[in-house]
Unconditional design. Sequence first.
Length: 674
Amino acid sequence: MSTIIGIDIGGTFTDFVSYDTDTGHIENWKNLTTPAEPIVGVMEGLGKLDDLGVVSKARLGTTIATNALLTRRGAKVAYITTQGFRDVPFIQRGDRRSHYDITWIKTRPLVARADCHEVAERLTAKGAVHTPLDEEAVRELAARIRADGTIEAVAVCTLFSYIDPGHEQRIREILAEELPGMPISISYDVLPKWKEYDRASTTIADAYLKPVVSENFREMKARFAQAGIGSKVGVIKSNGGEATLAGAADAPVQITLSGPTGAVVATRIMSELTGIPNLVVFDMGGTSTDCSTVVAGKEHVTTSFEIEWGIPIQIPMIDIHTIGAGGGSIAWIDKGGMLRMGPQSAAAVPGPACYGRGGTDATVTDANVVLGRISPDNFLGGQMKLDAAAARAAVARVAEKLGMDVDECAFAMVQIANNNMLGALRAVLLQRGLDPRDFTLVASGGAGPVHICDLMEIAGIPQGLVPNYPGQFSAFGFIMTDARVDRHRTVQQISKYFDGERATRAMTELVEGAIDELKSQGYTQRIEIHRSIEARYMGQNHELELSFPADEFSEDNIADMWERFHREHEARFGFSIPGETIETVNLKVVAVAVSDKPEMRELPVTDAPPQPASRRKVHFADGWHEVPVYDRATFRQGDRIAGPAVVEESASVTILQPGQALGVDRIGNLIISA
């Protein structure tokens, strides 16, 4: 018997999904998150398994790196760069967040200027040595850092090191000799790409996280080892792939957005299983809502991410838009007397008022209880009883300030929360030129199915999908994921003088490095390689990514590459310029160690219509309705119901509005249509 477990540590709940590889049986459950020490909540949740000895793999999504960056509780970093460039992290870019705000101040970097140092060395733009590295100056600098005694990590980013890393690697060797045990990040390992500031910022962030992540992972590994699964735990990276605890600790910037990626990976799997090409992820948990897209069956991976405005981290990550809107979002009244929702959250402690754990603020969850959308007696399948009276009292306090009826106020709270989340959906659809009418909305997170029908209506999305295990969908995605390594490198050339041998050498080095990284972490299964290039017309400022399936740049492959660039530029931007010079900027390699995936079982077919388990009153836009309540576990393939109705399951509830219909597909997904 062998079991794979996915674990997603959220702001309110920690979610678990287990998959028995022998029987194909999948189980899911939740445990309240313990914010002060998340590993406690993880171990409590794992305690629900009878025998941890059967666990062959556990994959964990964690917010350790995210929280350290957002709260600025990382290490004190020393930054070392080429002489004359110590101010790059402070000059940043030439743009401004607020063009007409004279009080606006640039975002503070993750390093203090007093801890930025220069060394004599210089490469030319073609990688030739202009000024040799002054090794004695590096040793003197190491002595100053040692004497200071407060530095916890070092970031090294020298000019044009993405062409030749020799100086950076030698600086690291000297620092390792002079400062044994000091965490060191060099830009060639973190981000060997052009654009000096972006590379410096990403390298500083990696160093900033190393001590924090390493310390937390040491504690985690010890706790997992006590439970007998220490060597079986992997961490989910921002690109949706898996790494070992040790691998993630060596490159902690890669787990900046670890947790939210699971829902996107699972949605991509749903696209493959259902044949629906375009899906938009709507993952609403207790604290936040994450939105993303799967277009033509593929998730969108980006390197354009900022932890705060003007502080970029350019590692490959699934493109996710996050807002502070969840079941725990707190209702409040602004100075103008208007009702607002969030982004403040009741989180797991004290939680919404209905949790009965000391919370008194009215939240989205409390409003849904008041409106009859969430049953106090069937929350988490009846494992957690909710205090309906406390929920109503909390909403009543807000209603009194607004001069509203309690039910009216609760419905207004839900509508405002929906509009907040509509903004996130528009950010990943309309703002990127995507038509909502071409997409299916996928609801996940414990609160996603509660709000999916509302969001479909106001966002103009014609179809919705509530997958199996929506309340633990990210954790489900973790058991479906593979180990993955992304390698990028800037190799600038133009089409008129393109050196195929140079490009082939660089691409081969990227492939070999990615494979070696996977194998060094113990991933020895079948490895798939995906190559691509980023190119643009000469003089443009942004690149277009082209897949490059061949393993070498031959004359025929190069000619085909230029032709495809013109075609894809026409398709993407509506124009092309045949004969114009094309510039290649970055080479990219993705190596994936493919793992076995759970098979989704087909539901049996029945001729009998589904029967409701009970009935209850639920509030909709036109008032209260007494509606049928169905148990999702009783649904069969081909079942159909009409709204208004409620579909309950162990970790969530789907609210079907009047005029909407719901059908069950072959693997149990709930397909909603207007």
